[in-house]
Structure formats: C-alpha cells, structure tokens
Design a protein around this ligand. Structure first.
Ligand code: PNS
Length: 169
C-alpha cells in the first residue's frame, strides 16, 4: 500500500425514494428526477410486502423504473421486503425522500417519518410534488387502465407500453 491508502474514502451521500410503484407514475418520476441532483446516489426502493390489488410483479416494477430512469446515472432501483429502515441500514442510507401531493398525504407520511426515526434514526425529507401531478395516484391509474381509459400523460413510456399491452389481451 502506498501513501494514498491512508486517504479516507469520501462518504457517498445516498437517499432512498421508497414506494410501492405499482406502477410508477409521472408524479413519482418527477420526484426522482428532481431529487437526483441533490444526492450522490438515489436508491428507488420498491416495497413488495403483500397487497391485495397488486397489478405488476416486483420484477416488472423494477424494470419499468430502470427504463424510465436510464438517463439518470446516479439512480439505482432495488426491491425490498420488510421494513424500509432495515433496507436503509443494510444499504447505508441515512435519509428517505418522499413527495407530498396534498395536505392529506402529510398525515400518514408524518407518522411514518416519525416512526422510522424512532425505530432506527432514519431521517425523512419531504418534497412538494409538481402541482400538475397532485391528483395522480397509482391506484387511479390502475382503475382507469382497467376500464380502458387513456392514461398517456400520467405514466412514463415504459409503464404506458405495458398497460397498453395488457389492455390488448
Ligand atoms: O407508494 P406507497 O404505497 O405509499 O409506499 C409505501 C411504502 C412502501 C414506502 C411504505 O409502506 C413502507 O415503507 N413499507 C415498508 C414497511 C415499513 O417499513 N413499514 C413501517 C413504516 S413506519
């Protein structure tokens, strides 16, 4: 080892953007895009604990977000089971970033943020979503798509493509 070996490795400033992303919407992508320049690395963390009205498999959700963020080199995408704070600990992530669409989002997000801090010291930062997306949600997108409605403009291209493939079946 030469003299360089004593140089400490700079700490990577990493943040998690967790969600179900079933499927990701343009609102999610807007948050990920705006947050990506603020940290060295963003980990989009897809939570896959069982839920009733699941539409896409975890692998498909991962693939769609990877495609939609392919132009953002510091954005990684991963799937997690269990608690988000455990995922953060294993991946050396001190902070979670969440978008808030409206005041009603804040109720539950505040409670989760306080719980996650109390559980493991993981911090939560909130970012206001772009108001043009404040009425968007994955569940509405699923419902509209299921009844043959037009969701272009609501979801990124890789999601739209898969929703349209399903409508054709
Ligand atoms: O997109 P969503 O459904 O609002 O995402 C919610 C998600 C997955 C981020 C949240 O439910 C979560 O963190 N789940 C993992 C389980 C967990 O850690 N629960 C305790 C939170 S205090």
């Amino acid at each position: 080892p030469g003299a360089w070996s004593s140089t400490p490795t700079p700490r990577v400033r990493r943040a998690a953007c967790p969600g179900s992303f079933d499927p990701a919407t343009n609102g999610h992508l807007d948050v990920i895009r705006r947050v990506s320049p603020l940290f060295d690395e963003i980990v989009v963390a897809i939570g896959v604990n069982q839920s009733k009205n699941r539409m896409f498999e975890p692998d498909e959700r991962l693939e769609m977000i990877r495609e939609a963020t392919a132009d953002l080199p510091n954005v990684k995408v991963d799937v997690f089971k269990g608690l988000i704070v455990d995922f953060c600990r294993v991946n050396d992530i001190p902070v979670i970033v969440k978008g808030l669409r409206m005041v009603s989002d804040f109720d539950y997000e505040l409670q989760m943020g306080q719980m996650n801090h109390s559980l493991a010291g993981v911090e939560t930062l909130f970012i206001p979503t772009n108001p043009i997306y404040s009425f968007l949600s994955s569940s509405l997108v699923k419902e509209i798509a299921a009844f043959g409605g037009d969701v272009s403009g609501m979801v990124p291209e890789p999601v739209l493509r898969r929703l349209q493939q399903r409508q054709k079946r």
